[in-house]
Design a protein around this ligand. Structure first.
Ligand code: NOJ
Length: 520
């Protein structure tokens, strides 16, 4: 499959490039930066949601599936962007958010209008809520004044969950997906798609565990494949976002013979620095990180396919979180993390700014944050008696807004992101960390990513080779070998800010060494 040697680049349109000075990124802004992405060498662009939306969760609350939010542009702008992407030999993948809609979507407006509306059953209505908690704090149920029932929302109260048990819902979604494919898009990243099949009877308990891979999930994805992708899937890319998915489940989802999705985003490695909740931090143990990633490598070796990522719009910046963003280590740490990830078996995903080694931001006060998850957590934790300063400190390390500060294009006042006032402040370190300073510097993080992407394109052992872990018990060293026929590629990296010894060699802090196969 073509995506075995492809690299995907995620764009968070709000924060990528603003063409009209309103402080919010847009489609024309993206179109103006395609040559940068081509230079990096990525094959596929994934756009976080650009559909009309009240923006309660930055577009993951969609009020119209077949249009573009005016803040991002128009369908004509979209077509022009898509043409520009295709002209450069790249593909474009849309974000598919169909576990829920916005509460302002016409389907939900009808559903909530009366108990006997034909679309009542398109969502989950109950006389009494169960005890499920929303991912964004508080109950997962909202009382509705009009009809005196509660509706289910696993995310914000403005994101009611669709009822996938209803075949009309599924048909409407498949028709919408076909419409985008007919327009020319090359696939979908499927938002929390493992949550769409709810447990029968909606029993009390952990909503995350009960909704993860519910009883009809494989049936729904196979039906979607038949109804939407059949006949054209060879050129497409589909990736299911699946918090909580296990290796066993992932093998089923990505077994090509089952025709469900090409790959999934698993979450195990981004939960190693937390306890029960993402707000309860614990230090990362490099041995655990290796053990987890290596288990996914071996678990999907003979069947299915991995996606590889450190970052996305929901995760703090990797170099601050898994690396070391102090000036003396930042560049090396960003490169070492990129190296160990990109030379694994799977499809790597680069999140905007990761290729520059962008870092978490120095948040001053709670007023600086915009993300609903962060703001809800702060309100709930402080109301429950936690010290506001401590809650703020946790947000500094964990908030999704760390990923969402504007792309750092250059050293100018707003980092070249906008001529207006950015919707979220630019990170002051853009004076040093920016694209303009890196694209022509052969030693930059940018050019390191460019070379890693090139290796995947040119060396079959990177795309296809098998994977053997080394040094599994070493507390600092991440090492492995990839093999394909007589070709062997060896990766050894020191994932720490101290020198590390291994097999008679000393690696400097965050040093990564790659031994390429000898030329035939
Ligand atoms: C996962 C998305 O990545 C996240 O940004 C969003 O808040 C939730 N799903 C709800 O759509």
């Amino acid at each position: 499959m073509w995506w075995k040697s492809a690299v995907v680049y995620q764009i968070y349109p709000r924060s990528f490039a603003d063409s009209d000075g309103d402080g919010i990124g847009d489609l024309r802004g993206i179109a103006g930066r395609l040559d940068y992405l081509k230079r990096l060498g990525v094959d596929v662009l994934w756009l976080s949601p650009i559909y009309p939306s009240p923006q309660d969760d930055n577009g993951y609350d969609i009020s119209e599936y077949q249009d573009i939010d005016p803040v991002f542009g128009s369908l004509a702008d979209f077509d022009a962007l898509l043409a520009g992407v295709h002209e450069r030999g790249m593909k474009l993948v849309m974000d598919l958010v169909v576990n829920h809609t916005s509460d302002e979507h016409p389907w939900f407006l009808e559903s909530r209008s009366s108990r006997d509306n034909p679309k009542r059953d398109w969502y989950w209505w109950r006389a009494e809520p169960n005890d499920w908690r929303s991912y964004f704090s508080g109950s997962a149920w909202e009382a509705d004044q009009a009809t005196h029932e509660f509706y289910l929302h696993l995310f914000s109260r403005k994101q009611p969950d669709l009822n996938w048990e209803n075949p009309e819902v599924r048909e409407a979604i498949y028709a919408m997906m076909r419409w985008w494919l007919d327009r020319g898009v090359d696939g979908f990243r499927m938002d929390v798609i493992n949550l769409i099949s709810k447990p029968p009877g909606l029993p009390d308990g952990s909503s995350e565990e009960l909704n993860n891979c519910g009883p009809r999930i494989h049936e729904f994805l196979q039906e979607m494949h038949r109804e939407v992708f059949a006949g054209r899937d060879a050129q497409m890319l589909t990736v299911g976002e699946m918090p909580g998915v296990t290796i066993e489940q992932a093998r089923l989802f990505t077994d090509p013979a089952r025709a469900e999705v090409d790959m999934v985003f698993q979450f195990e490695h981004v939960r190693l620095d937390q306890r029960d909740s993402k707000w309860d931090r614990k230090p990362l143990d490099v041995r655990e990180l290796k053990a987890t990633l290596n288990r996914w490598q071996t678990g999907l070796a003979d069947l299915g396919w991995n996606s590889l990522y450190w970052n996305n719009h929901d995760q703090p910046r990797a170099v601050s979180r898994f690396g070391d963003d102090r000036p003396e280590f930042r560049v090396r740490a960003a490169k070492a993390l990129a190296t160990v990830l990109h030379l694994q078996r799977g499809t790597p995903y680069v999140y905007q700014g990761e290729e520059l080694g962008m870092t978490n931001a120095p948040w001053g006060s709670i007023e600086d944050f915009r993300d609903i998850e962060s703001l809800n957590h702060y309100a709930e934790a402080v109301a429950a008696g936690q010290d506001p300063g401590e809650v703020l400190d946790v947000l500094r390390g964990r908030s999704r807004d760390n990923a969402r500060t504007p792309m750092q294009w250059d050293a100018s006042a707003n980092a070249g992101f906008t001529d207006g006032t950015p919707w979220l402040p630019v990170n002051p370190n853009h004076a040093n960390i920016n694209a303009a300073a890196q694209v022509d510097d052969p030693d930059s993080v940018f050019n390191h990513y460019r070379r890693l992407i090139e290796l995947r394109h040119t060396l079959p052992v990177v795309a296809e080779g098998d994977f053997t872990p080394l040094a599994e018990d070493h507390p600092q060293i991440y090492a492995y070998v990839r093999r394909l026929g007589n070709d062997e590629l060896r990766v050894v990296a020191n994932l720490s800010s101290e020198p590390a010894e291994w097999e008679g060699e000393t690696l400097a802090p965050w040093e990564a060494r790659v031994q390429l196969p000898s030329p035939a």
